[in-house]
Design a binder for this molecule. Structure first.
Ligand SMILES: [Zn+2]
Length: 407
């Protein structure tokens, strides 16, 4: 399953006065890597439904800072908690909920130390649930909700934003390999071979493609083939959209035909290499927009495919809910659904598009409007449909939902 990202364009900006937090470096020990929930765990959270339960969803991450004290995080988290407390009469906050809220407040110090980590907590003490996740997602978020269900859309978007990919830098028989996941970047050494090439390309006045003598040309071809072969053999090295290439324009002209051998649309794009010794953060800065653009293009292609296929395409909340109810959805494209609601039965927990007097399944009259995107992901997760969360990009926001059906 591929999870696609939600890009928040507003979060990337910092002013000269703001402190820019260093992004984290992935731990070298894979066992110590950040905890990202598995599909099974997400399905369990999505299926959680206890009438009258006080289930807390909390997500927090910050990437730009007005000052160095990091006081902002503590204030913001305190306010999120306070907003929930004030929904009760003074002194009437249920005891078990208070304990969960206090535990989240107690996390403030830790969050202040590493505010750029994307943290999520799903808790319901009454049902003995406490789940904590740390993701390297680059989006900012400050969210808390208390209801009989968990809010999963922000978590799904963050997971999609953390899909792993690689960047390879190439120059005159040398390569550097990086692994990127969200805002984390790590250089991987010892995976790709050095080429025994004459360093002719380092004379920028001459350029890579000039002055080719037969022997050098032969060496280059062999080296390109070798690198492509080694990249394809890396674990997961040939999946769609798993590689960004950093390479000078003139060299890429010659290397490109060899990289076409990487199957399944592996390469997401290329950037012109400003210097072979660039830092990991610079690599991330070049690679991330290519990753984001690739994801966006993937959604657009899928939207066109849905539009073109009258038999297998479904558009709009009503049609997609109906298809989900029938278990027919293969891929669901979720856009901005602000203001749209579906209805959750407080008794049996079934979701239905229309607000009628009674639940269509159990005849209960406890139908409650809930955010449409939460209703959709809950059903899609239950059916193991692929969810693609489309980010809001300034000029072109996709509103609503569309789905490609299995048949
Ligand atoms: Zn019902």
């Amino acid at each position: 399953m591929i999870w696609i990202i939600a890009i928040s364009t507003a979060t990337a900006q910092t002013t000269g006065e703001e402190e820019v937090m260093p992004t984290h470096i992935l731990p070298t020990d894979p066992a110590a890597s950040k905890q990202i929930p598995e599909q099974e765990e997400l399905r369990t959270l999505a299926a959680f439904h206890h009438p009258g339960a006080q289930a807390v969803s909390f997500c927090y991450s910050r990437h730009s800072f007005p000052d160095k004290s990091h006081h902002t995080e503590k204030v913001a988290i305190g306010k999120l908690v306070q907003d929930e407390v004030t929904k009760f009469r003074p002194g009437a906050v249920p005891e078990l909920l208070s304990k969960d809220l206090n535990r989240i407040l107690a996390m403030s110090d830790d969050i202040q130390r590493t505010p750029t980590l994307w943290r999520a907590v799903y808790a319901c003490r009454e049902q003995k649930i406490w789940r904590e996740f740390d993701l390297p997602a680059p989006e900012e978020i400050a969210l808390m909700s208390v209801s009989s269900r968990f809010s999963l859309v922000p978590l799904l978007a963050a997971i999609q934003s953390c899909r792993r990919y690689r960047a390879v830098l190439m120059e005159s028989g040398k390569t550097r390999l990086f692994q990127i996941q969200g805002s984390e970047v790590q250089e991987i050494t010892g995976k790709l071979s050095e080429g025994d090439l004459i360093r002719r390309s380092e004379d920028s006045r001459v350029g890579w493609s000039r002055r080719v003598d037969g022997n050098v040309e032969h060496q280059e071809r062999a080296w390109f083939r070798l690198i492509v072969d080694e990249l394809a053999k890396l674990p997961g090295g040939h999946g769609p959209g798993t590689l960004v290439v950093g390479c000078r324009d003139d060299m890429w002209g010659e290397a490109r035909p060899y990289f076409a051998a990487l199957e399944n649309n592996t390469i997401m794009g290329r950037f012109h290499l400003p210097g072979f010794d660039m830092g990991a953060q610079e690599v991330l800065k070049e690679a991330r927009p290519i990753f984001e653009q690739y994801q966006l293009d993937q959604y657009k292609d899928l939207l066109h495919a849905i539009d073109d296929d009258n038999g297998r395409g479904a558009h709009g909340l009503h049609a997609v809910l109906k298809a989900l109810a029938a278990g027919k959805v293969q891929k669901m494209l979720l856009g901005d659904m602000t203001g749209q609601t579906a209805n959750d039965c407080g008794e049996c927990g079934r979701i239905q598009p229309e607000l009628k007097n009674k639940c269509a399944f159990c005849r209960s009259s406890q139908l409650v409007p809930i955010p449409a995107d939460e209703a959709l992901v809950r059903l899609a997760l239950a059916q193991k449909a692929e969810i693609l969360h489309i980010p809001s990009v300034q000029e072109e926001t996709f509103h609503g939902v569309a789905a490609m059906l299995r048949y």
